[in-house]
Design a protein around this ligand. Structure first.
Ligand code: GCV
Length: 716
């Protein structure tokens, strides 16, 4: 069961240890036939090598690297008669394929594995049209065929096949077509060049150390992990681009940037960098970053020409402007569209895109006037320019209007913007959701976001519709997550946090997957196919978000975390409100009035959402305190008063966390010892944290309200 490689890090769900063969070995007795794919293509080669590695590890079908080279060579001769690339050079894995076979044939009767390229739009066996980066996997009479319109599709098809083997399921009778729902499926790293990670909870960066770029075998394993879940774009550096990171677009780092981006290219992943909007000042020696200044425009044009000429796999750039101290166009009296478009024009000749974040707000606002509302900022700063953005600009919008709280309404910009490319940003890194100490499976939350009806267009109005391009018919759209990885042996600090890493990628590819289906894949791949392990881990993960919510901030109010660190309870701790009034709690009630009578935020939604949130009667209760200031005696639909709900949910949340820890204890001996110990140790810390939250929140509101707990429990 060993899964720590000799290099010192794990393979997570790509561990490829020995599995029970559910009758799949027969597809790999002969070398796979390549039809239409260029065997010299680096992504094709990665796919074949992954196949060989997986089949060898899981089914024990030995084959030397030379044999896959033969397979590649055979295919190459059959398709275009040129010499093949030596797979030996590309890796040293073994493969289940045994001989070159009759390459290029597509005869329906031939058993084995066929990897076939077809034009986009081709109808698959299951009657669907193949899209870019999609694949079909089909089995008939011992012949298994992966059909794809491009190399990414082939790679994802191979990973699908390996997933099935890893879960000890049969490939026989397979007939699926999997097209990606989102064109762009990205991870954003908040890694700094000194090796630290902003909001990182699993060690240091594996991309950077001592203001330099790190490239090693782990980089490749990272790319494999990403490709295995369908990720096709990665931003390697923090959106807060400071000091050395500003120089990533200069000769000082180009050589290593290129090396890194080539590794990504081998796995079909576009390479992105975060940009410092003020680079004209910091690098260019120009005294301005005004997007209308000709010197600024010319500098960026030349810089982008240089970047795209030097970095072959560059997809574009991510920009955080005018937020939390970062520079931006506001300094020059320009709009966010002015800034984004100036950069978009500079990258357009090279097919580049600019992903512009909508996390723009004034963190120095004075909250005491009760009208000021950070939640309003994203919409107020962007909605007026809807339709003014270039085609190669995508606005990246956090799921909620504030900042990745355990419960927030969906940002009204999503589906509020009707003529602008949009991308959803979620946070897999557990900044506000337990720092990868507390268990918190986030996929149920992401599903809620994707399923939300924005009412922007009849029949195609969910967030999933908007970001997939279905609403507007646009193609520069997608989904991004702030990643939760670091250089810890297990990548994510807590082993259970890898469920969020895996789950995000799978969900980004297929937004229809349920949170449970994702676990049904991930648990057998990463831990064990033992039914008890599956039952217990699912029993912990599926309700874990609800549990975390119960023992932290109630009914959508959010925050109440320690300032800056964002772990642990501090009821008045919201760092951008130094008067401690964010939650508006007094002796009578609590909650922020965001109705017409309050900050007016509810009006930012399309109808009927605006009215729904505006009214106390129709506002969903899980968001009650986000939208309304409510007396403690207010009776909820459950029949409980608000204050009793606070007490009860906090006691319940703690008890549930205790039950998770006990359930995990039952897995001793069923999962590897270091996995068991790691999660057990985290549960110990989670219980301490949950108890602190429970007691601090309950005491705070008991003292404010003076209302006793009906159940007479100990509240101080
Ligand atoms: C990268 C929050 C986080 C910051 C983060 C910021 C952002 O404010 O606390 O660490 O900065 O969001 O998303 O830009």
């Amino acid at each position: 069961m060993a899964n720590v490689t000799e290099n010192g890090w794990e393979q997570l769900w790509l561990r490829y240890d020995k599995k029970v063969d559910a009758g799949n070995g027969k597809y790999f007795e002969a070398a796979p036939q390549l039809v239409g794919f260029d065997p010299e293509n680096c992504v094709v080669r990665s796919a074949l090598l992954e196949l060989s590695r997986g089949v060898c590890g899981m089914l024990g079908m030995q084959m030397k690297a030379g044999d896959i080279a033969k397979a590649v060579a055979g295919a190459d001769q059959a398709s275009n008669g040129t010499a093949a690339a030596g797979a030996d050079q590309a890796g040293n894995s073994a493969t289940g394929a045994s001989a070159a076979g009759e390459q290029g044939k597509t005869s329906g009767s031939q058993a084995g594995l066929v990897l076939k390229k077809v034009p986009e739009g081709t109808l698959t066996e299951s009657g669907k049209a193949l899209k870019a980066q999609g694949y079909a996997l089909c089995e008939n009479d011992g012949r298994l065929e992966i059909t794809a319109a491009d190399e990414n599709g082939l790679l994802y098809g191979i990973f699908h096949l390996l997933r099935v083997i890893s879960c000890e399921k049969s490939l026989s009778g397979s007939n699926v077509t999997c097209n990606p729902d989102n064109p762009l499926r990205m991870f954003n790293h908040w890694d700094n060049m000194d090796g630290s990670i902003e909001r990182g909870y699993s060690g240091r960066s594996f991309f950077f150390e001592n203001d330099d770029i790190v490239i090693n075998e782990r980089t490749k394993d990272y790319a494999r992990l990403m490709a295995s879940i369908g990720i096709n774009g990665v931003v390697i550096n923090n959106v807060n681009v400071k000091q050395a990171a500003t120089w990533l677009i200069t000769d000082r780092f180009f050589e290593k940037v290129v090396q890194l981006s080539k590794i990504f290219a081998e796995y079909g992943i576009k390479f992105f960098l975060s940009l410092n909007y003020a680079a004209t000042i910091e690098l260019g020696g120009i005294d301005s970053a005004d997007p209308f200044d000709e010197r600024v425009i010319a500098w960026w044009k030349a810089k982008m020409q240089e970047c795209f000429a030097k970095i072959p796999n560059l997809g574009g750039f991510l920009v955080k402007a005018d937020s939390e101290g970062r520079p931006g166009p506001f300094t020059y009296g320009r709009t966010q569209a002015d800034g984004a478009n100036m950069l978009a024009d500079a990258v357009a000749p090279y097919g580049g895109i600019i992903i512009w974040r909508c996390f723009v707000y004034n963190c120095r606002q004075d909250w005491r006037d009760r009208k000021t509302d950070r939640a309003r900022a994203g919409y107020d700063n962007f909605i007026g320019m809807d339709g003014d953005y270039r085609e190669n600009v995508i606005l990246q919008i956090k799921n909620g209007p504030m900042d990745f709280q355990i419960r927030e309404p969906i940002s009204p910009l999503l589906g509020g913007l009707k003529k602008t490319n949009q991308m959803l940003e979620v946070q897999v890194a557990q900044e506000y959701t337990g720092h990868q100490i507390d268990v918190c499976y986030l996929i149920p939350m992401f599903k809620e976001v994707l399923d939300f009806h924005t009412y922007c267009k009849p029949g195609a109005d969910t967030v999933a519709d908007v970001i997939s391009g279905r609403t507007m018919g646009n193609k520069n759209t997608g989904i991004a997550a702030v990643i939760n990885t670091g250089n810890d042996v297990n990548w994510t600090g807590n082993y259970l946090a890898a469920a969020n890493l895996y789950g995000f990628g799978r969900l980004a590819f297929n937004t229809e997957l349920s949170a449970e289906e994702i676990l049904d894949e991930w648990i057998p791949m990463q831990f064990s196919t033992d039914a008890e392990v599956l039952r217990v881990v699912k029993g912990i993960l599926l309700p874990s978000r609800a549990t975390y919510e119960k023992y932290t901030s109630p009914l959508g109010i959010g925050w109440m975390v320690t300032p800056h660190d964002h772990y642990g309870c501090s009821v008045d701790g919201y760092e951008y409100d130094r008067w401690g009034t964010y939650h508006r709690a007094d002796h009578l009630g609590m909650g922020v009035d965001r109705t017409d009578a309050g900050t007016g935020y509810a009006q930012q939604y399309n109808e009927p959402n605006a009215s729904m949130y505006n009214s106390l009667e129709t506002c969903p209760e899980e968001l009650l305190l986000f939208f309304h200031h409510v007396p403690y005696a207010h009776v909820l639909k459950s029949g409980k008063t608000l204050i009793q709900h606070i007490y009860d949910s906090h006691f319940e949340g703690y008890k549930e966390a205790e039950a998770f820890a006990a359930a995990w204890d039952g897995l001793q001996g069923k999962v590897e010892e270091r996995v068991f110990d790691n999660v057990k140790e985290r549960f110990g810390r989670q219980l301490y944290n949950a108890r602190e939250w429970r007691d601090q929140v309950n005491s705070y509101f008991y003292r404010k309200s003076g209302i006793e707990d009906e159940k007479g429990r100990e509240i101080y």
